[in-house]
Ligand binder design. Structure first.
Ligand SMILES: Cc1ncc(COP(=O)(O)O)c(C=O)c1O
Length: 470
C-alpha cells in the first residue's frame, strides 16, 4: 500500500485551497496562486518537496529562509524524533533531563568562543526578545542600535528591532529606544553608540534585507565599539547559523565572538521547533542570569523532543561537515549565476552572498515577482526578499549535491528565458516613472498575475514545465 499520495485529487486540491483561503489567509492564498506558487506540500524529500497540485518535485530555494539546512524531511532526524517519542513528551520546562543535558553539551561543543551560556526559547522572535531583555537587564541600559532593513521577527522586541516600516507601521508606537543605522556603516554606529547603549543587534549576513554580507572589518569594528562602551553585541544567526554561510556560524568567518547569539530555524532540522539564546559566560551576563533565573520562560522552548532533535541535527552536521558543502556548492552556484548574469546583463544587476545564502538582484523591482512566477513554473520555489523585492534569495538545503546544483542552474536559465517573454511589454513601461511605480506595486502585480492565472485555468493551459523526478 502506498504511504504517500503525492498527487491530490482535483476535488481535494480545491478543498484545501478554499479552506486556506477562507480560514487562514485569503490574501496569502491569492498572492501565492497568482504567482504560480500555489504549491501544496505533500512528500518532503532532499532538496525539495512534491507539489500535490501536480505531483511534481519542486526544488526548495526558499526553505522558509533557512529552516531546512539538513534537507527536507531528513530521515536521520526523523528517526531521532521517533526514538525520542518512545521515551519523552515535551517535558517540564523547569526540570532538567537527559535529553536537555545532551543537547546543551553538543551546543557548547560547537559554540564560538566562550558563548556557552544557554537559554531556551520557543522560536526565533521569542529568542530575539530574550536576547534584548538579557542585554538590557545585564547592562541596566535601554538603548538598542539596530539595522535599517533588518528582520528579527514579529514578536514584541523583535518587532521593534525590525528596520522597515512595512513590518512596523501597524503597531506604532513601538519601543522608542531603538535607533537605526545603515547596515555596514560603522561610522554611523560610532556616532550614536555610547555608555547609554545596551546592545547592537544585527544579522551577520542581512537576509530579508536583501542578502548583504557584513565584512570582517565591519564586524570587527562593531566588536571594538562594543568593547569600548560595554555594549552587548547581539548576532541574530537565525538564518545564517548551522552551516548556511560556509561555517557553522557566520561569526566564525571574521572570528568575532558576539556577546549574545540567537539561533532558531535550522536548529531543529525543520522537524521539531526549538530556539536558543547563547551568551558569553562573562561575570556580567552570568550574574544577571543567575540572579534573574526566570527572566525568560518558555514551556515549549528547549523541550525534550526539541533537544533530542537538536542533538541529532548537530551530529548530522558535524558528521557530514555540511558547512563545507555549503561553501563548495555556494561557490559553484555563484559562478553559475555570474555566467547567467553575463548573458543577461539587462535582467541581473548583481549576485552576492556567502556559502548557500545567495541573493540575485534584478535590474528592476518588478522582476522579483516575474522571476518568482517563472521559476515556479519550471520547478523552483524561490521568493524575493520582503525588504528588497528586487532581490531573490536562493537558500537551498545545504545538503545539495553538485548534480542538483547543475539542475537548479539550468532551471534558472529556463526561467529567465520564460521571463524574457514579458519584457517587450514591461521594459518600455518601466522607463516611464509613473508606470514604473505601478509595475513595482505588489497589489497591481497580484491583480495582473491573477488575471493571467484565471485565463490559463479557464483555457486549461496552466503550464508546468518542471521535471517529474525527485
Ligand atoms: C533573521 C531572522 N530573525 C528572526 C526571525 C524570526 O523567527 P521566527 O519566525 O521563528 O519567530 C527570522 C524568521 O524569518 C529571521 O529570518
Amino acid at each position: 500500500m502506498a504511504l504517500w499520495n503525492d498527487t491530490l485529487s482535483s476535488k481535494n486540491k480545491k478543498y484545501i485551497m478554499s479552506l486556506f483561503s477562507k480560514h487562514i489567509s485569503k490574501g496569502q492564498t491569492k498572492t501565492m496562486r497568482a504567482a504560480h506558487l500555489d504549491f501544496i506540500e505533500t512528500r518532503r524529500n532532499g532538496i525539495g518537496f512534491i507539489d500535490g497540485m501536480f505531483g511534481r518535485h519542486i526544488i526548495d530555494c526558499f526553505t522558509s529562509a533557512g529552516c531546512f539546512n539538513v534537507g527536507r524531511g531528513n530521515s536521520e532526524i526523523i528517526a531521532a524524533l521517533c526514538a525520542a517519542l518512545q521515551k519523552y513528551d515535551i517535558g517540564t520546562n523547569l526540570l532538567p533531563s537527559n535529553s536537555k543535558k545532551k543537547f546543551i553539551k553538543k551546543l557548547q561543543a560547537i559554540a564560538p568562543g566562550d558563548c556557552k551560556g544557554i537559554i531556551f526559547a520557543s522560536g526565533g522572535g521569542d529568542a530575539i526578545d530574550c536576547a534584548i531583555k538579557l542585554a538590557r537587564g545585564a547592562t541596566g541600559r535601554k538603548k538598542i542600535i539596530a539595522m535599517k532593513k533588518a528582520y528579527h521577527g514579529h514578536t514584541g522586541y523583535s518587532l521593534s528591532a525590525n528596520g522597515k516600516d512595512y513590518y512596523r507601521h501597524l503597531f506604532e508606537p513601538l519601543d522608542p529606544h531603538f535607533a537605526f543605522v545603515q547596515f555596514g556603516d560603522i561610522e554611523a554606529v560610532k556616532q550614536i553608540a555610547g555608555i547609554d547603549t545596551a546592545a547592537i543587534i544585527l544579522e551577520p549576513v542581512q537576509g530579508e534585507g536583501g542578502i548583504f554580507v557584513g565584512d570582517d572589518y565591519y564586524l570587527k569594528s562593531l566588536r571594538t565599539v562594543c568593547n569600548q562602551f560595554g555594549i552587548m553585541l547581539i548576532f541574530d544567526e537565525i538564518q545564517t547559523g548551522f552551516g548556511r554561510t560556509g561555517k557553522l556560524f557566520a561569526s566564525q568567518h571574521s572570528g568575532v565572538v558576539p556577546d549574545i547569539m540567537v539561533l532558531a530555524k535550522s536548529i531543529s532540522g525543520g522537524i521539531f521547533p526549538n530556539a536558543v539564546v547563547m551568551y558569553r559566560t562573562t561575570p556580567l551576563l552570568n550574574n544577571y542570569v543567575k540572579s534573574n533565573h526566570d527572566f525568560h520562560q518558555s514551556i515549549t522552548g528547549g523541550s525534550d523532543l526539541g533537544c533530542a532533535v537538536g542533538s541529532a541535527v548537530i551530529d548530522y552536521m558535524v558528521k557530514n561537515r555540511l558547512w563545507e558543502n555549503a561553501a563548495k556548492m555556494g561557490a559553484i552556484i555563484i559562478d553559475g549565476l555570474l555566467t547567467i548574469q553575463h548573458e543577461n546583463p539587462t535582467i541581473i544587476k548583481e549576485i552576492r552572498g556567502r556559502g548557500l545564502m545567495i541573493g540575485v538582484e534584478y535590474t528592476h523591482e518588478y522582476m522579483g515577482a516575474l522571476m518568482a512566477d517563472s521559476l515556479a513554473r519550471h520547478g523552483i520555489f524561490a521568493i524575493y526578499s520582503g525588504n528588497q523585492p528586487q532581490v531573490m534569495r536562493f537558500m537551498v538545503p545545504i545538503t545539495i549535491s553538485e548534480q542538483e546544483v547543475q539542475k537548479m542552474l539550468s532551471i534558472v536559465q529556463k526561467a529567465i528565458a520564460t521571463m524574457k517573454l514579458y519584457l517587450p511589454l514591461t521594459k518600455p513601461l518601466s522607463k516611464i516613472p509613473i508606470l514604473s511605480r505601478l509595475l513595482d506595486d505588489i497589489h497591481i502585480q497580484i491583480t495582473v498575475f491573477d488575471i493571467v492565472r484565471y485565463c490559463e485555468d479557464i483555457l486549461g493551459i496552466t503550464k508546468r514545465n518542471y521535471s517529474k523526478e525527485a
